[in-house]
Design a protein around this ligand. Structure first.
Ligand SMILES: Nc1ncnc2c1ncn2[C@@H]1O[C@H](COP(=O)(O)OP(=O)(O)OP(=O)(O)O)[C@@H](O)[C@H]1O
Length: 226
C-alpha cells in the first residue's frame, strides 16, 4: 500500500535559493492498495520520473506525507529505509545494470542482499533467465547485450525477489510487442500475488491493450486518478 498526501518535491539547484529551485511535484495526493496496478502517464517533464524517485526512496518529499508499505517516510530511520528498499523492485529508464558484473550476478543481487542460500539463488536466477529468454547469456557482461536484452535483465533483477512494490519507468521502450505483452502478464501475476505496481509509460498501444487505472501528471500536478 502506498499513500501520498499533498506531496511536493523540489530539486536542489546548486547555488539557487530555495525559491528558485525547480519544483517537480506539487500537492500530489493518491493511494494505491496492496496488489493495485497503476499506469503513470503524462507528457515529458510532467514529473513521472521524479514521483518514481520518491517512491523508490531515492529522495524524500520536500512537502507533504509519503507512506510506503506502512512506513511514514518522513519519520523513518536510515536503517528502516534500507530495509524498505529491499522490498522494492525498480526498472530504471536507463536500466542501471552494473557493467562489470555478469548478467547472472546482476540478477542475483536482490537475493544476495537478502542473504538467500546460494543454491536457491542459482535456481531462481536460472528460472528467471529462462523466462526472459536469456538463458544463454548468463555469463555475458551488460555492455555486450542489446538494449532489449539489457532491459530484460533489468526487469528480471527488479522482480526476482517478489517485491512488495514494483516501480517501472518506461519498461517496454526497448522491447518488441510480444515481449511487452509477456511483461504485462508478469505484472498481472505479480499484482495477483500482492505486489503494488506503478508503470510510467508513453506506450499508447500498450495502454490500449491493457487498460487499467491511470494516474496522470501534468506540470507536476496530478490531473487524473481513475
Ligand atoms: N536531477 C534533476 N535536477 C533538477 N531538475 C530535474 C531533475 N530531474 C528532473 N528535473 C525537472 O523536474 C521536472 C520533472 O521531470 P521528470 O523527469 O520527473 O519528468 P518525466 O515526466 O519523467 O519526463 P520524461 O517522460 O521525459 O521522462 C522537469 O521540469 C525536469 O526538468
Amino acid at each position: 500500500m502506498i499513500r501520498l498526501r499533498d506531496v511536493g518535491f523540489r530539486y536542489d539547484a546548486p547555488g539557487a535559493s530555495g525559491a528558485s529551485a525547480p519544483i517537480a511535484l506539487r500537492q500530489i495526493s493518491f493511494a494505491v492498495p496492496q496488489g493495485g496496478f497503476r499506469w503513470l502517464l503524462g507528457p515529458s517533464g510532467a514529473g513521472k520520473s521524479s514521483l518514481l524517485r520518491l517512491l523508490a526512496l531515492g529522495a524524500r518529499p520536500t512537502a507533504g506525507t509519503l507512506e510506503i508499505l506502512g512506513s511514514n517516510i518522513g519519520h523513518a530511520s536510515r536503517a528502516a529505509l534500507a530495509r524498505l528498499r529491499r522490498r522494492i523492485g525498480i526498472v530504471h529508464q536507463d536500466f542501471r545494470l552494473l557493467p562489470d558484473l555478469p548478467v547472472f550476478d546482476n540478477i542475483a543481487l536482490p537475493l544476495r542482499l537478502q542473504r538467500r542460500p546460494e543454491d536457491e539463488v542459482r535456481d531462481e536466477v536460472h528460472a528467471i533467465l529462462d523466462w526472459v529468454g536469456l538463458a544463454s547469456r548468463a555469463t555475458a557482461l551488460p555492455p555486450q547485450l542489446s538494449g532489449g536484452e539489457q532491459q530484460r535483465v533489468a526487469i528480471a533483477r527488479a522482480v526476482i525477489h517478489r517485491p512488495a512494490l514494483m516501480l517501472a519507468d518506461e519498461p517496454t521502450n526497448a522491447l518488441d510487442e510480444l515481449q511487452a505483452n509477456r511483461l504485462m502478464e508478469l505484472f498481472r501475476d505479480l499484482s495477483g500475488l500482492g505486489t503494488t505496481i506503478l508503470v510510467a509509460t508513453h506506450n499508447e498501444s500498450l495502454i490500449r491493450r491493457y487498460p487499467a487505472h491511470e494516474l496522470e501528471l501534468a506540470q507536476g500536478r496530478l490531473v487524473r486518478d481513475g
